[in-house]
Design a protein around this ligand. Sequence first.
Ligand code: C2E
Ligand code: CA
Ligand code: CA
Length: 727
Amino acid sequence: MHMVNNIHNFQKSLVLVVDDDFAARLQVRAALEKYGFNVCEAGNGRDALESFQNQPPAMVLLDVVMPEMDGFETCSQLRRLPGGEHVPVVMVTGLEDIESIDRAFEVGATDFITKPINWAILGYRVRYWLRSASILNDLKISQQRLSMAQHVARLGHWELNLSSGEFHFSSKVPHLLGITDTHRFDALFEHIVAADKGRVTEVITNACKNEQPFSVNYEIRQKNGETCSIFNQTEIIHDEAYNTRLMIGTIQDITELKKAEEQIRYLAFYDNLTGLANRALFREHWTKVLAHSQRKKTKIAVMFIDLDHFKRINDSMGHVAGDKVLKAIADRLKNTLRQSDIVARSGIESPSFMISRVGGDKFTILAADITSTNHISTLAERVIQALFEPMDIDGQQLFITASIGISVFPEDGGDIDILLKNADTAMYEAKEKGRNNFQFFQAEMNESARIRFQMWNELTQAIEKDELTLYFQPQFNNRTGKLTGTEALVRWNHPQKGLVPPDQFLPFAEESGLIHQINEWVLWKACRQAQQWVEAGLFENCRMGVNISGHNVNLRLIETHIRNIMEKTGLKPQHLEIELTERVMMENTDEAVVALENLQKMGLTIAIDDFGTGYSALSHLQIFPLNVLKIDKSFVQNIMAAKKNLSLLQSIIGIAKSFDLKVIAEGVETIEQLRTLYHLDCDDVQGFLISRPLPIEEVEHKLRAGSFNDSLEPGWQTLPENLGEDN
Ligand code: C2E
Ligand code: CA
Ligand code: CA
């Protein structure tokens, strides 16, 4: 849009001169050209209309008296031409009678001049007509713009003269308010909904009485029955003498704005994925229920729900599936809390639940108006139960469990931050107790949080200060009795506590992620040790077994790390065996398969550890590239307990063999176990019976002495002596 601003320069503007008198035209032309105007001529009405269309002039000087088509007729036809509506048309008349002047205005003339023309001032007059036409045009454009802007802003304005009571409004107002009466001020407020009417009337009455500006919001009911939101704002204006006082108002339809506001509120307070409340709304709700609970002396429970192993779902099935799970969980939580029987059973009088998602796979429930702690347990049980039902996601059946921590107002804190923190602590406790359960916060848990923190500090330092140390437990061939390798087992040489066994710090290391550093440290140390023994000629045909554990073990990283270590230590891959539990492999199936294949190609031995516990599934033997299956010690130790254990063990060994896996049994403590394993055709054995895990020097001593190879003498199976006696 360009700004029309040609007020100052009308020189060169084209003026169309229409007169049947040739001499008169020449005179006009001469007079105008002297002022710098361009002139074109027409000798009759028809030519004038044609010339107007071919070469639109800035104005027209039109003689009234012409044959055939007179000036009046020409003017009225010209006005109907495109562009003819607003061009200044000045009639030149010799007749000074009022009648012809009236006619001229009737047919749309802008002005008139009379003959004889004053040639000296004609140029000035033309310039004046052009200027006023231009100003009018600018005004028209600016009015159009204003009205367009008001249209876009859904804005109308009105004006009330407080002295005379006169009232006007813009064309948009009746449109916005659906009113027809254009003269009454109070018509403005006719369609206000009942709920707003009293309030608005009061505001306006006061404003008029005190001549004060006001602004007010209200809803009006439209003809189609829908409501729309109106914002009405005013100013008071007076002239200097205070004679006239005007109240100027704008009326704006803010329905869309309100909707946008609601949308923004939704974004600010709700979780987009699940539609549940978010952290902010959770807090807002807390202040509400707190006041209520304090009045009624009831309890509020804060439940902190964390899904177990959710990351595993995200990693293996993708984020889209992960999102579906979260949505499904949200629905289940909603349904569970909606069910009326839970309200009845839990004895919550007027239940007030707020479920929110506070990030990732973490949800909170705020349950207010609770009278007994038992009711909270019932609620938690129901939630656990509801989540545990199998879930169908992308054609796969998933079992989702959650760990729930609960804190209760007022016992566990009066402030939402403390309650949340305590619920979180309790949630950790639930995780530690094996997940899929709920725990109430107990004050000692803070103590345990403190201990955890201390542990974290200590363990971090232990890694840095090299307080970790390795023990090695030998493994033997069940037939020949020869040493086949050692398993590296970590210990913590604690400055105060002495030698700390792994089950006292590894679970924590796994929970906190420190395990990854430990894994790498053990790999490095064990490989270096193995290489020293190889170089000393003590470890021929033997393998060093290294355990890798933790959540989210990245096997691709481990692969890189191992390559690195091999290169630095010079250890050959055939001397290294890594022991992985099924859990570690499953966490990242595709990646794990690739990494393990690479390692296997290098010549490493891959063992599946603790087989027979937890996830054991025979299909894993198919999926993952493996060389060795380690039967868990609990299995070995139960052999004698029941006949069916024996046959189970037998079939596991059979299946392993069918997959071409070597089988090693760990935790062999008795000669009977050893003998049974021999008969079941288990390849290798490891256990206290033959040797406990030993410190480096001791292993080295025995390696040099060659005494390991005498641990199982040929024919031992017929000699029920205590072979492990001196270990
Ligand atoms: P694991 O991988 O099953 O290791 C074998 C465990 O069984 C060792 O316990 C070993 O001392 C014990 N054991 C060996 N023979 C017998 C026996 O005849 N009877 C009984 N009752 N136990 C026997 P340890 O050293 O206490 O290690 C416990 C667990 O800690 C290991 O179980 C392994 O899961 C983990 N772990 C140990 N060292 C490391 C390590 O360096 N890295 C990682 N990631 N985990 C380790
Ligand atoms: Ca192991
Ligand atoms: Ca084991």
